[in-house]
Write a protein that binds this ligand. Structure first.
Ligand code: SF4
Length: 372
């Protein structure tokens, strides 16, 4: 398949919870997919329960539930005990993804391929506004890429585009759209006010082919990043999860070189690094759902958070080399580690923010103003 053109997701069935039927988002989706079968349900929870119990993930492939978000849309990332955390806020606008990466943590949370789009967006805007006004002295980095991919469904819902406009005038917040996909067309002409970071998850090309095979290739992601750069947005890159394989040095160094051959360091807000990690229970799921994947064969040991991680010296060496390659090109982006200890920071980078609060300040300060 030509990976420079990412196929757009087309739902096979839309399941609409009646209480959100009249919302703008549902009406927009129904008009964009007028030929897709629609089923109405009184309570989305019955569908979530059925999906949880289903014996095969494929039963729910292509099905989308348009539901009401019952909990808060905005959540502080829980972080991990004894690790330095960036104090990020997640905005849960969707759950599920169509790209099915072998290491995806959603396999453990969602148990099926059912995708949910939360459609009571009036509540979303009200909640975010209330939080930003109540704590006007705080700065918020807010992202939609925790339980889904931020751009993969945008041609269906237009929600990422709506959010860029919503955040345009926020003085104490910035939106991050984190993706492996390339659906940026609708972002390019928006007045974004420098209040959105569009970021891509990156990996070595060989791993893209083996572990992220349904996602656009690395050059296609970079093509999209160049278009977004030209539109004046902040950019970000996330090497997470980094995976230990025999040629990792060459594979990751090449991607860093490709990024800086096309993207200005001054316009990159941040680059995060994180090594493969997952809860013990996911080991079996990965083996079952992705039998050709070799990621579970690495030197992974349970950590203090009960997640499997690479042996510490392996992680430190990967981060140390990446930091050096990035800094050879630019000192401008904040380079940070996701869920690592002060010790790992110091050994890998030669310095550490020392605390989550200090890392938060570094990241916040980077994006308080629009990119130059
Ligand atoms: S793109 Fe992200 S959310 Fe989607 S399957 Fe891959 S890791 Fe999961």
């Amino acid at each position: 398949m030509d990976k420079t053109v990412s196929p757009r997701f087309i739902p096979e069935e839309l399941i609409v919870e009646r209480s959100v039927h009249q919302t703008e988002l549902v009406q927009r989706v129904l008009s964009r997919f007028s030929r897709v079968p629609v089923r109405f349900v009184d309570n989305a929870e019955e569908i979530w329960l059925q999906a949880q119990k289903s014996s095969s993930r494929d039963t729910w492939k292509g099905k989308v539930l348009l539901a009401r978000q019952r909990g808060p849309f905005l959540r502080l990332c829980p972080g991990t005990q004894k690790h330095i955390c960036c104090m990020y806020h997640n905005l849960d606008v969707a759950a599920g993804c169509d790209m099915d990466c072998s290491y995806c943590i959603l396999q453990g949370y969602l148990h099926s391929s059912l995708v949910t789009w939360y459609c009571n967006t009036d509540d979303l805007y009200t909640q975010v506004d209330a939080e930003l006004i109540k704590y006007s002295e705080r700065f918020y980095r807010i992202g939609t890429g925790e339980l889904s991919d931020s751009l993969t469904f945008d041609p269906c819902t237009g929600l990422a585009t709506d959010l860029v406009s919503f955040f345009r005038d926020k003085r104490n917040a910035i939106l991050e759209l984190k993706s492996k996909n390339i659906h940026v067309e609708d972002l390019l002409s928006l007045d974004h006010g420098g209040r959105t970071v569009v970021s891509w998850s990156m990996n070595a090309s060989v791993l893209r082919r083996s572990e992220e095979s349904a996602a656009p290739d690395i050059d296609a992601r970079l093509d999209a990043a160049v278009r977004v750069q030209d539109a004046g947005y902040w950019l970000g890159f996330h090497f997470d999860p980094m995976i230990d394989y025999p040629d990792w040095e060459q594979g990751y160094r090449e991607v860093v070189e490709r990024i800086f051959s096309r993207i200005r360091g001054e316009q990159i807000a941040w680059i995060s690094l994180g090594a493969l990690r997952y809860p013990a229970a996911m080991d079996e799921l990965i083996r079952r759902n992705h039998p050709k994947s070799s990621i579970v064969l690495g030197e992974l040991l349970p950590g203090i958070d009960h997640k499997f991680r690479y042996f510490k010296p392996i992680r430190i060496e990967m981060f140390r080399r990446m930091y050096g390659w990035i800094r050879n090109f630019s000192d401008a982006p904040v380079v940070y580690l996701c869920m690592e200890s002060d010790e790992v920071w110091r050994k890998a980078f030669g310095w550490s923010p020392g605390s989550s609060a200090r890392l938060k300040v570094l990241l916040d300060d980077r994006v308080r103003e629009a990119p130059k």
